[in-house]
Design a protein around this ligand. Structure first.
Ligand SMILES: C[S@@+](CC[C@H](N)C(=O)[O-])C[C@H]1O[C@@H](n2cnc3c(N)ncnc32)[C@H](O)[C@@H]1O
Length: 314
């Protein structure tokens, strides 16, 4: 499954290659754009002439345009949506780095971004190699935002996160779908070449392999998050579990950011929450009475404590 390219390519409404995606992609993009929006004031300080600049890094960029499977609606891919948002809000990224294991997808995204006058740089290869090519080109004093949105856990090699963590100012949004975790059943974990080995290296020494699937996944996931936190560069790592219309867990969004930005994100997010404008549903589980609370559109979990993971796997 590792480097497999999933999903078919179709001709987009603009004539370039595009992808087909599930409805949740819209929400994923709105989360991404929300962060781009909320971080604009900080970014402004970096994008002014003579300053170190602010980059957007997308190592799993996809083609940049997609059609929703059920409704046929066309939407921008994540990187295009993020670029447009940064422009619209008066703090455009000074560099946009994109990579995708499939060069057709990356080139389609690059074409779309160039039409929008984005300062795009394509980097060849799988994310785990491309990340080094990107880091080499970054201004060490700049402000950087990486969006990591792979199809599967294996592609999210931990070395990518380690390489990014060496940057002075880097925020990271990581998208992990529940399906990805489900695909990695125990039988898969038992294989010599498990997805878990690249996603969370060292996991085998930390937990018994022969436990029920749901518990193993939960423990691998918590272990991964601890590894991210242990890199020590992101004082604020928060994890949100986003759920679908029927309250089913859909995916996790990990935001790893420097204090000020994460704080801003929180403040702004709760402002938006009060105005009821966000289409984000969060499942929050109270461990004490094991009751499940759905907090409604726009609610943001106060803090990550691991209980959400229990919910998702329960
Ligand atoms: C979920 S899609 C990305 C969607 C995109 N972020 C968006 O929001 O529109 C994942 C992409 O990762 C690419 N991919 C798969 N394995 C990869 C790897 N090891 N390195 C880089 N890209 C990979 C796929 O070709 C696919 O385009």
């Amino acid at each position: 499954m590792g480097n497999m390219i999933v999903g078919k390519l179709i001709t987009g409404d603009d004539g370039l290659l595009a992808g087909e995606v599930g409805a949740w992609a819209k929400r994923k993009h709105s989360d991404l754009c929300r962060y781009v929006d909320i971080s604009r004031a900080v970014r402004k300080g970096f994008v002014a002439p003579g300053h170190a600049g602010a980059s957007f890094i997308d190592l799993f960029c996809g083609p940049g345009r997609c059609r929703l499977e059920k409704t046929g609606e066309w939407i921008d891919g994540g990187v295009v949506a993020a670029w447009k948002k940064s422009q619209e809000r008066g703090a455009p990224f000074t560099r946009v780095f994109i990579a995708d294991i499939d060069p057709r997808r990356r080139q389609a995204a690059a074409n779309r971004l160039r039409k929008l006058e984005a300062p795009v740089t394509e980097v060849d290869g799988a994310a785990v190699e491309a990340v080094h090519g990107v880091v080499r080109q970054l201004d060490p004093n700049g402000l950087h935002l990486a969006f990591l949105d792979p199809y599967n856990l294996k592609a999210l090699n931990f070395d990518i996160i380690v390489a990014l963590s060496r940057l002075k100012r880097i925020d990271m949004l990581v998208h992990i779908s529940k399906m990805d975790l489900q695909r990695n059943a125990v039988s898969h974990a038992l294989a010599d070449d498990s997805s878990f080995d690249s996603f969370a290296p060292g996991w085998r020494a930390k937990m018994p392999v022969d436990q029920v699937q749901q518990e193993l996944r939960r423990q691998v996931f918590l272990y991964w998050r601890e590894k991210v936190a242990a890199l020590g560069v992101w004082p604020s790592t928060r994890m949100d579990l986003l759920t679908g219309e029927k309250n089913q867990p859909l995916y996790y969004l990990l935001l790893a950011a420097k204090h000020e930005l994460a704080q801003k994100f929180r403040e702004k997010a709760s402002n938006v929450e009060r105005q009821g404008r966000l289409d984000v549903w969060i499942l929050k589980v109270d461990l004490q009475d094991a009751k499940t609370h759905r907090r409604g559109p726009g609610s943001i979990m106060p803090d990550y404590d691991g209980s959400q993971i229990t919910a998702a796997f329960g």
